[in-house]
Design a protein around this ligand. Structure first.
Ligand code: SAH
Length: 219
């Protein structure tokens, strides 16, 4: 079951209404069916601009927020990208089409395995999915041209700044509160780190380590 043309037009119209201007981002999002990454009762809501539940008590992000984060990432086909928080794999698919190579880390192995299969089955071949704690990055693949974190950090993880190339860009939600964080864009120069606050967002927390029993009870 794929999304019909009319629903796709509405989906893209809504992204534009929310201020997404980058034509390549819009075209890429038009070409990837969010339905592929959803299950059951949520399939019918795939074209709505809302976060939707996935396994392990997590959510797939709101499409207009994904679009804004990727727009701010100024990604291009020569970029090596690190994504922290694979979740459903939907955002990973968009990054895959826009970049040279994507390394995506997810702390729930169940989510990683599912996203990995969906991405492979749907032809997204330049992606490597890894299960583990993404706040540690991937030392043996660093430095990255771009880093996108889709879970909220209390502070900007220093390890990830270290794994960003000079001239590289990182986008992430930052904040102490569970209910509201600020989406931040970081550009790393040789001598300085530049910060831009984008707008307020609400993301699931960036958690350290791999899941334990308590994670599953809470989920
Ligand atoms: N962009 C994804 C968003 C998923 S929600 C999507 O649209 O589907 C954020 C994800 O980050 C969750 O799946 C959560 O398990 C994961 N996460 C949280 N902390 C993490 C960490 N330290 N390392 C890797 N993944 C993490």
């Amino acid at each position: 079951m794929t999304t019909n043309k009319e629903d796709k037009i509405k989906f893209i119209f809504n992204l534009k209404r929310k201020g997404i201007k980058d034509k390549i981002v819009l075209k890429t999002m038009e070409s990837i069916d969010r339905k592929i990454f959803l299950d059951g009762i949520f399939l019918s809501r795939s074209q709505d601009d809302i976060p939707l539940p996935i396994n392990c008590g997590q959510t797939t992000s709101q499409p207009s927020i994904i679009a804004k984060m990727i727009e701010k990432l100024e990604i291009n086909k020569s970029c090596k990208v690190l994504e922290v928080g694979t979740g459903s794999g939907y955002q990973t698919a968009i990054l895959s089409k826009l970049s040279r190579r994507v390394y995506s880390i997810e702390r729930y192995d169940i989510l990683k395995k599912k996203a990995e299969k969906l991405l492979a089955d749907n032809g997204f071949r330049n992606v490597t999915c890894i299960s583990g704690d993404g706040s540690l990055g991937i030392e043996n693949q660093a430095p990255f041209d771009r880093i996108l974190i889709s879970a909220a950090a209390e502070d900007i993880p220093k390890i990830l700044i270290d794994q960003l190339k000079y001239g590289g860009i990182m986008v992430l939600p930052v904040g102490m509160s569970k209910d509201e964080q600020t989406l931040v864009k970081i550009r790393k120069d040789k001598f300085q780190i530049h910060y831009e606050e984008i707008f307020k967002v609400r993301f699931v927390p960036l958690l350290e380590g791999i899941p334990n029993m308590r994670d599953f009870i809470n989920a």
